[in-house]
Design a protein around this ligand. Structure first.
Ligand code: ZN
Ligand code: FE
Length: 256
């Protein structure tokens, strides 16, 4: 671990704002920019100055404050090349597979299309953090607005390949609803039941259910387990093609 610090807070109604501060390199990154007020307030609380915005995808609840924060701080906006025209204020277009250096941090860009056609996730190994926005949620995954099941499943497998100890940060606090669905399709999973109890307790206290170690998600999130024989059996699709299992899970979740 480096000297990276992370702060997570609520924006809008159920979006997360996340700031990543690298003292050594003298930079502060905002993961997406859902809302100006709470981001500015968090920066002021910490005494940090915003230098970069890492945009994951073009949806308004992730880029709404791009222009305002750029005007206020002169922050550089980094975002996916595939959504270049749709991201307000974009300065630097990046592609999956690229590693960019910001301050003393290496930021790995991972292509994760499916929710939107050009969505990317950001992995910062020195901070032990993955910023997966609306691709991967705790116990869930994003809706397929601009991609099919095969595309999203490939994206999730790319994220699943990261180390277990990586802390997963997401775009939204959707975990409680996702948890009800997960238990419904995978009722015998004891690790999932443990996580659900924890989620309930956190929500009662008004606390966030994220971040969560990716290793825990690999064992509890049905959308990361479409190729797992135990999940397939629980869901009544033993031995079927993972893409079909994933598609059926996503379809069922849409109507949940
Ligand atoms: Zn979105
Ligand atoms: Fe969103």
């Amino acid at each position: 671990m480096s000297a990276a610090s992370i702060r997570q807070f609520t924006c809008r109604s159920d979006n997360f704002g996340v700031l990543l501060h690298d003292a050594e390199g003298g930079v502060t990154l905002s993961i997406d920019a859902p809302e100006e007020g709470p981001i500015v307030a968090a920066l002021e609380r910490e005494g940090w100055r915003l230098t970069h915005i890492l945009t994951t995808h073009h949806h308004n609840d992730h880029v709404a404050a791009n222009e305002a924060l750029k005007a206020r701080f002169g922050a550089e906006i980094v975002g996916p090349a595939g959504e270049r025209a749709k991201i307000p204020g974009l300065d630097r277009a990046v592609r999956g597979g690229e590693t960019i250096r910001i301050g003393s941090l290496d930021v790995h860009v991972i292509d994760t299309p499916g929710h939107t056609a050009g969505e990317v996730s950001y992995h910062v190994p020195a901070a032990g953090a993955l910023f997966a926005a609306d691709t991967l949620f705790s116990l869930g995954c994003g809706r397929l607005f601009e991609g099919d099941a095969a595309t999203m499943w490939a994206s999730l497998r790319r994220l699943r390949a990261l180390p277990d100890e990586t802390m997963l940060y997401c775009g939204h606090e959707y975990t409680a609803t996702n948890a009800r669905f997960a238990v419904d399709v995978d009722p015998g999973n004891l690790l999932l039941q443990e996580r659900v109890k924890e989620v309930e307790a956190l929500r009662v206290r008004g606390e966030a259910t994220l971040p969560v170690p990716l290793g825990r998600e690999k064992r509890t999130n049905p959308f990361l387990r479409a190729d797992d024989p135990d999940l397939q059996a629980a869901f009544g699709m033993a031995g079927e093609d993972p893409v079909s299992v994933f598609a059926a899970l996503r379809e069922k979740r849409n109507g949940y």
